[in-house]
Design a protein around this ligand. Structure first.
Ligand code: ZN
Length: 207
């Protein structure tokens, strides 16, 4: 994973979006929207606008029954994502490190600081790539440093599906999709569906 971008902090023009964002109008964009392939820019500060966008993203994620959503997936090339991996029989907020979250968590300018454990395969999906899943190998444990909505830096260590989710969402901030990471077998199995998405996007359907 990449290190934090240097020299892009505190200046003007940090956002790709030149106008204030109307958070209520954001929706989930689908592949092959160009924004999904862009490297997102650091968020300059936790403003009311950023909080509104995060709240809207949490709402969209829940409605789509996802466990994570990154800003590029709502058309914003910002380094921000939200995650909410609820507990179930396989995942717990009490394990060390946790594999679930009690509430949605917002990560502003997240950076992976450590990856550990064996690479584990899991059939991953993405809210921006409907109908497609494929096995992706990822390390079992991830540590992320980020800023919260109060502007405070925090470190977050996770395992299992939660660790996978963090890695998946940070990939989005670098323009990386599961299509790039899935096994050759999965890519072949999904070939027709991927082509269909690319065609509908080319026809103007994919913002
Ligand atoms: Zn995704």
């Amino acid at each position: 994973m990449r290190a934090r971008a240097v020299g892009a902090w505190g200046g003007a023009g940090l956002y790709d979006a030149p106008m204030p964002v109307n958070a209520g109008e954001l929706y989930i964009v689908t592949y092959p929207a160009a924004v999904l392939r862009r490297k997102a820019a650091p968020v300059g500060g936790v403003t009311p606008e950023v909080r509104e966008v995060a709240a809207r993203m949490i709402d969209l994620m829940h409605r789509a029954e996802g466990v994570g959503l990154a800003a590029p997936q709502v058309g914003l090339s910002w380094r921000l994502f939200v995650a909410h991996v609820p507990e179930n029989e396989e995942r717990s907020t009490a394990s060390s490190p946790p594999s679930a979250t009690r509430v949605p968590v917002v990560f502003v300018n997240p950076v992976i600081t450590a990856l550990a454990g064996p690479s584990v395969g899991y059939d991953e999906g993405c809210l921006s790539i409907p109908e497609i899943t494929g096995e992706v190998l990822r390390p079992e444990v991830a540590t992320v440093r980020a800023t919260d909505l109060a502007g405070q830096e925090f470190t977050f260590r996770a395992s299992g599906l939660l660790a996978r989710c963090l890695q998946h969402e940070i990939d989005h901030l670098d323009g990386v999709l599961i299509l790039d990471r899935m096994s050759q077998t999965a890519r072949l199995r999904n070939r027709a569906a991927i082509r269909d998405l690319e065609r509908s996007g080319a026809a103007g359907g994919g913002r």
